[in-house]
Structures are given as C-alpha cells and as structure tokens.
Design a protein around this ligand. Structure first.
Ligand SMILES: [Ca+2]
Length: 380
C-alpha cells in the first residue's frame, strides 16, 4: 500500500493479507461526535447518562471478579527485567519527589491512577532505522534522525483500561465510550451496528484497554485525572508527544524492528489472529505479553495509542524546536485535524506493530482497536 497515515491503511492491508476472519470487521466509523452533536454535560440527559454509566460500572465490576486490572507490578510477579524499586506514594508527588525520580522508576499517585514509569531523557534515533519502513517513518533524505528529549517525563506502564475510563465516565467527567452510549447505534447491547458488539466480553472487561474513545475523549480523561490530583494542566498528566512515545517504546533499542528483535513472534504481542501466546481475537488484558526494556506493556499490538501530535506524512519538515526537545509537533494539522496513532493493534498484521510504524486519524473518530496511554510532565 502506498497511502499513508490512517489506521484504515492497516485495516485495508489486513483485508488484503491473509486473515479471512477480519473481513467481517467494519471499517472505522465516523465519530458520533461529528454526526450527532451532544448536549453539553449537565441537564436531565447528563443525569440519566451519569446514572446509567454508574449502573454499567457496577454491572461490569459485578460480572468480573477481578476488581482492578491484573498488573504484574501489583502482585509482585515481575521478573528480573522489571524496573527498580518503586516510589509508590498513592498521593500526588511533591516537586522534590519528582526531581528525585530516576529513569525507569515507577510511581502511582492514587490507588486507581495509572502506574507510571520514568523514561530516560536525551537523544535517540527515531523512525525507520534501515530504510525498510514506510515513507512516513523516514527523516530527511530518507534516513533515521536524532531527536533529543529535553525534559523529564513518565509514561503509563499500561494503556488506560476499561476500569480506568469507566471511573471517569461514571463521574460524568468523560464522555461515554461509543459502546456505552445508549443513544448510539454502536451501543454494546442495543446498538444496530456491531463494530463494538462483536468484541463481546473483551469490550467491557475492566482489565482490557478502553476502546471506542476519541482523541478528545482521551483529553477529557486527562483533564479529569489532573483535577482529581490537583495538578495544573501544564504540570501533570497529558498525552505523550510522538517522540516521547517512541523513546519509551524503543526502550533503548534503535536497530531492531521490534523491541524483542527483528522477527515477529506471536508470543510477544497481540496482533491479528490467534497463535502462540496470542489467544486473543480482539483486545487482551493489559500486561498479557512481556514488557519492553523500560517496563512498558502493550507497546506493540493490542490497541493503537493516541499521541498529542498532528499527523504529518513525513518527518522531513519537523521543526528544530521539536527535534531539539521532543515536544509534540502540533502545528500544521491537515484539514481533517488528524492526530498520530502508534503501536498497532489486535486487528493488524505484524509489520504494522513495528516500533517505527505510524498511523493517524481525525480527533473525533473512534474505533474498536484504538485506545491511549498517558504521559506525565515531571519537575526538573
Ligand atoms: Ca490476536
């Protein structure tokens, strides 16, 4: 395929590949937000929605005996590859604690907050390393290029889960995921469209990644999380920049297609189909596959992950300010306002799960194979 920049590209690739069972998977749907303007939060509908979401959350938690995502770090089952000892205050870090964090250190600022891992700053090689990727992975002259991460930051160790997001939507601080909205044709039970319905229990299992959320929904979750912790938006949780995402995803690996090597193995990630350790036809519980060298899970596969940047079809014109700091490249979004997606998903062929692969989508689109991972700015 020579078209670039949309997860549709990968979906089309999957269609034309080998996976016949994917042919029933519908194309990405236009966001409800763009077709069915919602009433602002507040008023009778919001009350009904909030009550409905609270009931749904209670029902989900009642149906699944595990009250929180099964996370290796929670039950001390991590291996020797796990990051070093954790700062685990279960309250917002003080500025002094933030400054004292070391690379690869973990922290969690409330019992149900995302677990975070500090990522090393400094330069790294970004994009397609050997020129064997897609054009949108290439830097100037078709070569990989060096980006420097200037400011300390942390990434979510896991992608945001159903449990995480439902806490926000039950508080009426996040819009419902498409499959939660009783007014939506994509509703998981009553909807006329099976884009989400076909995911079955994977859709609402609290251990699985949240799907059916837009880039804007992800921003709502982050705003709610910062408010809950009393953090200013400029110094708190946010989406990662694309450079920050790739820096974390590579885990120090710059010369391989995947963080585990050049050869894809179904024991390492949830891609399309089911083989080896990948017994998941749709999403899998977060942390079901080995973590990367920085201790991050689901970097490859399971769900695509929204990042902050606008999608650009090449890195060649990346501004110096972005190259020198690794901040999000937010200027010159295209007419559709596309934002970058990274990581590949359960619907994609292995090539799409490479560290350098990219996708993009308008910020009001939602899919059954797109979620997000949070980042946090740290004091220095
Ligand atoms: Ca799979």
């Amino acid at each position: 395929m020579v078209t670039h920049g949309s997860p549709t590209r990968h979906l089309i690739s999957a269609y034309r590949g080998v996976s016949a069972n994917l042919e029933a998977v519908p194309l990405p749907r236009k966001s409800l937000a763009s077709r069915e303007p919602r009433a602002p939060l507040g008023g009778p509908r919001a009350c009904v929605l909030a009550c409905g979401l609270a009931c749904l959350l209670a029902l989900v938690l009642a149906c699944f005996p595990v009250a929180a995502p099964v996370r290796a770090a929670d039950d001390n089952t991590t291996t020797s590859k796990a990051p070093p000892a954790t700062t685990w205050p279960l309250r917002p870090l003080t500025l002094a604690e933030e400054r004292a964090l070391q690379p690869n250190q973990r922290f969690k600022e409330c019992a149900t907050c995302p677990e975070m891992v500090t990522i090393p700053t400094g330069p790294f090689r970004m994009g397609s390393v050997r020129g064997d990727g897609d054009r949108d992975e290439e830097g100037p002259n078709g070569q990989p290029f060096t980006v420097t991460i200037a400011a300390p930051y942390a990434l979510g160790r896991y992608v945001v889960t159903v449990r995480d997001y439902l806490e926000c939507s039950a508080a009426a601080a996040c819009p419902p995921a498409a499959w939660q909205d009783p007014q939506s044709p994509y509703h998981a039970v009553a909807g006329s469209d099976d884009h989400y319905k076909r995911l079955g229990t994977a859709l609402s299992d609290p251990r699985h990644p949240i799907v059916g959320i837009t880039w804007k929904h992800a921003q709502s979750y982050i705003t709610w999380l910062n408010g809950k912790l009393g953090l200013a938006s400029a110094h708190g949780y946010r989406l990662p920049s694309e450079a920050e995402w790739e820096r974390g995803a590579r885990g120090g690996i710059e010369n391989l297609k995947y963080f585990w090597g050049d050869r894809f193995t179904a024991n390492s990630a949830n891609a399309s189909g089911q083989s080896g350790a990948d017994q998941w036809p749709y999403t899998s519980p977060v942390g079901s596959f080995p973590a990367n060298p920085y201790g991050l899970y689901d970097i490859a596969g399971n769900v695509w992950q929204w990042v902050e940047d606008c999608y650009h079809p090449t890195y060649a014109d990346m501004p110096e300010a972005v190259i020198n700091t690794g901040v999000a490249w937010e200027s010159t979004c295209d007419d559709a306002g596309r934002r970058v997606l990274r990581g590949g998903s359960w619907i994609d062929l292995p090539r799409v799960l490479r560290l350098a692969d990219r996708g993009g989508s308008p910020p009001d689109m939602h899919y059954g194979y797109v979620g997000f991972r949070v980042a946090r700015t740290l004091a220095h």
